[in-house]
Ligand binder design. Structure first.
Ligand SMILES: [Fe+2]
Length: 281
């Protein structure tokens, strides 16, 4: 599928099912939260099948726990594969993190220590997951609030090395880069510039809550100006990569997300045309 046919997308949220079906609109694809549809039946699967007829979809998970030292959850992977077989997604993504230990899912995305040992461990697990799914995995950089004294690599060095070693792809969350850069005081542009362009499969954009001394990555606000500026740099570095807006709480009317997506479109078009991205000012 060409990048042009899946350029700007939104997260599929139950609040918008009926409006999406009634108003074929300016969205070329949707991202679905995998775990919400890894079920036997019911209304979510009805809407998934109904809307899949009209839109390509990407799968985005939160429970793979690719960085964990627990064994891979074969049952979870079977269910993930069954969903992929059902909707034939554009790609399947999750996060570069661990979500718990000893079989406990804490429903949080904990960053990894960026060590050679962790890199070898995660690369092996990514390759095994890809073998089971029969497709490449796309992994997202998380927002992090802690670092490890044992880390030997930067986050971006780790991600770039993992993508090459495991032959996987990268979901570059521009908001997460901004949040982590704010917390850990690194240059967000340096992080973007380190990503291997051929591996960047998708962008995420989202809003956060800036408390002045710290940022809480809430995904319940519009995208802030600084993140739009960073997005302009991202589309300059990685032209044509599909963009998607993630709103996970305080879901606004569908039209508000469409308007926010138009800002992304405008920035990408202006960058492509060597014009200043005024919407980001
Ligand atoms: Fe994200």
């Amino acid at each position: 599928m060409s990048a042009a046919s899946v350029d700007f997308g939104l997260g599929l949220r139950p609040d918008h099912y009926e409006e999406i079906a009634a108003n074929p609109a300016r969205v070329s694809w949707f991202e679905v939260l995998s775990e919400n549809y890894m079920i036997a039946g019911g209304k979510p699967l009805y809407w998934l099948d109904r809307l899949r007829r009209d839109y390509p979809m990407a799968m985005h998970g939160v429970s793979l726990s690719i960085g964990s030292i627990d064994p891979l959850d074969r049952r979870y992977l079977d269910e993930l594969k069954a969903l992929a077989d059902r909707i034939e997604p554009l790609w399947v993504s999750d996060h570069l993190c661990f979500t718990g230990l000893r079989g406990i899912n804490m429903h949080d995305l904990f960053p990894l220590p960026y060590t050679e040992e962790a890199l070898a461990h995660v690369a092996d697990r990514v390759m095994r997951v890809q073998d089971q799914l029969g497709r490449r995995l796309v992994l997202e950089n998380v927002s992090s609030y802690v670092t490890y004294v044992t880390s030997e690599l930067t986050e971006w060095e780790f991600i770039a090395a993992l993508a090459e070693r495991a032959d996987c792809e990268i979901l570059l969350d521009v908001n997460n880069v901004y949040v982590s850069a704010f917390k850990h005081e690194f240059d967000p542009c340096a992080s973007l510039q380190a990503m291997p362009p051929a591996r960047v499969r998708q962008f995420h954009l989202a809003g956060h809550l800036n408390k002045g001394t710290h940022i809480i990555d809430t995904h319940d606000h519009p995208i802030v100006s600084d993140v739009w500026h960073l997005y302009a740099e991202a589309v300059r570095l990685f032209p044509g990569v599909p963009t998607m807006i993630e709103r996970d709480a305080d879901i606004p009317p569908y039209g508000e997300l469409l308007a926010e997506l138009d800002i992304a479109r405008d920035i990408a078009a202006r960058v492509a045309g060597n014009r200043a991205p005024v919407a980001a000012e």
